[in-house]
Write a new protein. Structure first.
Length: 501
């Protein structure tokens, strides 16, 4: 099939009434949780994973993807109007966006964020179309040793780009790898870390761990930091850019789109890193350096374009290699596994309707988000006044019902509660739980491909260095690990994630 046949298949799949409905649901929910500070797409997707059990793979992935890139749009609304970023990737948007709102320019700031995100999302979708199929075709040549090396590189990258201490990130990764091998060995049948529990024979429930670490833990953190009193929301007047404003945002949008598209593909990268990097770039190259921090429209245009482009190109390694590039993509991998689909290059050939339908739905979803974020801005502003103590009981009940419905066992509920407490404690210790989730998702794949490679080579570990692909990937992983632990690089990581903490 040529590219036009693929696009035709994607179009026919994405525009079915069912898939359009779930695309609208996903983008609406994404905008909502982006607007409401303190929830985030990771927690929301974790809570909605049980709902995908009763859906086909295509609508469920379309809905979850809409939540992810929709949150990048919605997060800019609270960042600009309230100086409360709804998403970590919108932290830098608040710096100049909120100052623009205080100057009576909230409308142009919101319009810049929405239109820049739409352009970036459209370009990023084209990047996925152009680069994902060739990468998948190349990945079909990988053997088990190559996949092992690729997974090692992805895990090291998750440590390198995790916020906080490198030691903490490595510890989280190790814990995740150990949790991932809980259950019976697929080759020998031996029980591992089950402690005599029959319920743990099939391993820990991915949904319970994800909902605990990112759902319940998020509720606990929000209750701990909950603010009281009414919020002062700046009014929104005109939503159109004048000629001078339009001229100034063109170059930042283009640079942010290019930077976000590149960083989104990298394992361990994502929307947050892209938005921070874009802001630093714009501040360096802008002719209006003195305005940064005081209402520079470039400080909104670049990061908002970068985070949306990264959100969409991060699907490339997940769909083609089966390697998640961030926490949300790790949940997407879990959703595919729940549907009985093995993430990797075979998705393109065995499930072209899923692959191309998801890609085409991204463009449709971006079009929906422009409508949701600009004409309906008044509705989102009203939602900002909902007290959080009305929301968290419903979130907790939904989490418990959702995780129980997976296997109809209370053990999963207890596991979720336990990991909720663990997630809250980790936040207090300034430990990023993302590497733990990466290790849990990729750990079984890492073990499986290593054992296959050892069986093929009759136990000779040098087989991992004899193939140019695996040797190159392992060398890149070693170099990245060395660079990560260097003091200079470590200091730079702290500066990048300073705003997040």
């Amino acid at each position: 099939m040529d590219i036009w046949a693929h696009l035709s298949l994607g179009f026919s799949t994405a525009v079915t009434p069912e898939n359009l409905m779930y695309c609208l649901i996903g983008t609406t929910l994404g905008t909502l949780i982006g607007v409401l500070p303190g929830i985030g797409p990771v927690a929301t997707i974790a809570m909605l994973l049980p709902l995908t059990f009763n859906l086909d793979a295509v609508p469920s992935l379309i809905m979850l993807a809409g939540i992810f890139y929709g949150a990048q749009y919605g997060g800019s609304t609270t960042a600009i109007l309230l100086n409360l970023p709804g998403e970590t990737s919108s932290v830098v948007t608040a710096i100049d966006g909120h100052k623009m709102a205080a100057q009576g320019r909230a409308g142009p700031a919101l319009a810049t964020a929405a239109l820049g995100s739409f352009f970036a999302g459209t370009v990023a979708t084209c990047v996925v179309i152009l680069f994902a199929p060739p990468l998948a075709a190349f990945a079909l040549q990988f053997n088990s040793g190559d996949y092992f090396a690729l997974i090692v590189l992805g895990l090291i990258a998750s440590v390198a780009l995790a916020s906080g201490s490198v030691v903490n990130a490595l510890a989280m990764l190790t814990v995740g790898l150990l949790l991932g091998v809980t259950g019976r060995d697929i080759y020998t049948g031996a029980a591992r870390f089950t402690y005599g529990s029959f319920e743990l024979s099939d391993g820990l429930n991915f949904v319970a761990i994800a909902m605990g670490l990112f759902g319940l833990a998020e509720v606990m953190r929000n209750l701990d930091q909950m603010r009281t009193g009414r919020r002062n929301v700046y009014p929104v007047s005109r939503l159109m850019l004048n000629r001078e404003e339009f001229r100034r945002v063109i170059a930042p949008v283009l640079r942010g789109t290019a930077l976000g598209s590149l960083l989104g593909i990298l394992p361990g990268g994502g929307a947050t890193l892209s938005s921070f990097s874009s802001y630093a770039l714009e501040k360096k190259v802008s002719r209006y350096k003195s305005e940064f921090g005081h209402g520079a429209i470039e400080g909104v245009a670049g990061p908002e374009s970068a985070n949306n482009a990264a959100a969409q190109t991060s699907f490339i390694p997940m769909l083609t290699l089966g390697i998640p590039s961030n926490s949300t993509m790790a949940l997407m991998v879990g959703a595919l596994i729940i549907q009985g689909i093995q993430p990797g290059p075979n998705v393109v050939t065995l499930r072209p309707d899923l692959f191309w339908g998801l890609i085409f739905s991204m463009w449709i979803g971006n079009l929906m988000l422009v409508v949701l974020n600009l004409p309906l801005i008044g509705i989102w502003v009203k939602l900002l006044r909902i007290p959080y103590h009305f929301m968290y009981p419903a979130i907790i009940v939904f989490c418990c019902i959702g995780v129980y419905s997976v296997n109809n066992t209370f053990l999963d509920v207890y596991i979720m509660i336990g990991f909720g407490v663990v997630g809250y404690v980790l936040s207090k210790l300034r430990c990023d739980p993302s590497p733990l989730l990466f290790g849990f998702v990729l750990g079984p794949l890492l073990e499986e491909h290593l054992r296959r490679a050892m069986l093929y080579s009759r136990g000779d570990p040098l087989v991992l260095l004899q193939n140019p692909i695996s040797a190159g990937l392992l060398f890149a992983a070693a170099v990245l690990l060395v660079l990560t632990v260097l003091p200079a690089i470590g200091k730079r990581r702290e500066e990048i994630f300073k705003e997040e903490d």
